[in-house]
Write a protein that binds this ligand. Structure first.
Ligand code: PNS
Length: 160
């Protein structure tokens, strides 16, 4: 059974992330969406909330598992017996960071490969960072995040 891990901060899940997960699914037998516990990052949602939102989004999809992980991604891959990492690419600006990360992971664990999937055109400009900013300024989140995520964002910023 071929399992891929789709790691990220997902703070919060956007429609762009969901699009990547949907594109990865038919290629693998199973997809694990893995939320990184990154204490250095000042996150808006804690890890449990982020996991909950992703589980809610994919609750009808038995081939998607959602977990959190701490430590190195490559160690998590080994523990899950996964040899593939999925990452989404939007624009050229993503490339340098992704290139560095994929090569570092390859150096640490050459048996695993990183596969890049292109986000659907509708989501080229969508990022969690901008979504957080828009939500904090009470802007419209339609089309950027799933509705249940938009509700959580509004609650976070006292919009309802
Ligand atoms: O959504 P993000 O913030 O771009 O995801 C980055 C993430 C979580 C995939 C990356 O920071 C990561 O893999 N963190 C785990 C720690 C690790 O393995 N660091 C070395 C990667 S080169």
């Amino acid at each position: 059974m071929s399992i891929a891990v789709y790691p990220g901060s997902f703070d919060p899940l956007t429609n762009g992330h969901a699009d990547i997960a949907a594109r990865a699914l038919p290629i693998f037998d199973g997809l694990v969406i893995a939320v990184a516990v990154n204490n250095a990052k000042n996150s808006l949602f804690d890890v449990a909330e982020r996991v909950e939102m992703i589980r809610e989004e994919f609750k009808d999809n038995p081939n998607i598992e959602v977990e959190s992980f701490s430590g190195l991604l490559v160690e998590y891959l080994k523990a899950r017996k996964a040899k593939a990492v999925v990452r989404g690419l939007r624009a050229v600006s993503d490339f340098e960071y992704e290139f560095q990360m994929a090569n570092m992971n390859r150096k640490l664990y050459p048996e695993a490969e990183t596969l890049f999937l292109m986000t659907g055109q509708r989501y080229f400009y969508v990022s969690s960072r901008m979504v957080r900013e828009i939500a904090s300024l009470n802007g419209c989140l339609n089309g950027l995040v799933p509705d249940h995520v938009a509700l959580r964002l509004q609650k976070k910023f006292g919009g309802m």
